[in-house]
Design a protein around this ligand. Structure first.
Ligand SMILES: O=c1ccn([C@H]2C[C@H](O)[C@@H](COP(=O)(O)OP(=O)(O)OP(=O)(O)O)O2)c(=O)[nH]1
Ligand SMILES: [Mg+2]
Length: 152
């Protein structure tokens, strides 16, 4: 499904020096976000830094959100993940898109201006309207959870 989303360029390097976020392949789910830094950033082991992406989006549809997810290569090979594990962008948010980068690895990691640091994925949202009840319709699982069914 395609959907038009308003995007504001906050840093003039976006769309010039650094490409606008774009799907790398026809089947890509994520758009890479780039570090809109003025200079090289050295992320020490254990350190978390909030990095601007140089853009803002306004989703404007309560049935849609965006998530910021780690890039698997950075996370697996270098221990570079997100300080909030997953970023959630509300449909009514209009501020700058920020990426919290956490070095959970043992070595420092260098981030250069324009580096692709995370990815943005749009997702459908269902807003719940709660119905207060005293009991639920019975299911096979019932209240079992958290490993209730065993390991293998
Ligand atoms: O990685 C992220 C996560 C969030 N946001 C922005 C968009 C989101 O809509 C807003 C609020 O995020 P969230 O609700 O997760 O944070 P909060 O700590 O609950 O803040 P608030 O009280 O503003 O809702 O911050 C980002 O730019 N990057
Ligand atoms: Mg919130």
């Amino acid at each position: 499904m395609k959907k038009a989303i308003d995007l504001k360029i906050l840093d003039p390097r976006i769309g010039t020096d650094f490409p606008l976020p774009a799907y790398a392949t026809p089947g890509s789910a994520g758009l890479d976000l780039r570090a809109c830094l003025d200079s090289t950033l050295n992320l020490a082991p254990g350190e978390t830094v909030l990095i601007p992406t140089g853009l803002s989006i306004f989703i404007g549809d309560a049935n849609l959100c965006a998530t910021i997810l780690p890039r698997s290569g950075l996370g697996h090979k270098h221990g570079i993940v997100l300080g909030n594990l997953v970023g959630l962008i509300d449909s009514d948010y209009q501020g700058p898109l920020m990426v919290s980068m956490w070095n959970r690895g043992k070595d420092s990691f260098t981030i250069e201006p324009g580096d692709r640091i995370a990815q943005l994925v749009f997702m459908p949202v269902v807003q719940a309207e709660f119905t207060i009840v005293d009991s639920f319709e019975q299911t096979a699982r019932g209240e079992g959870g958290f490993g209730h069914s065993g390991k293998a």
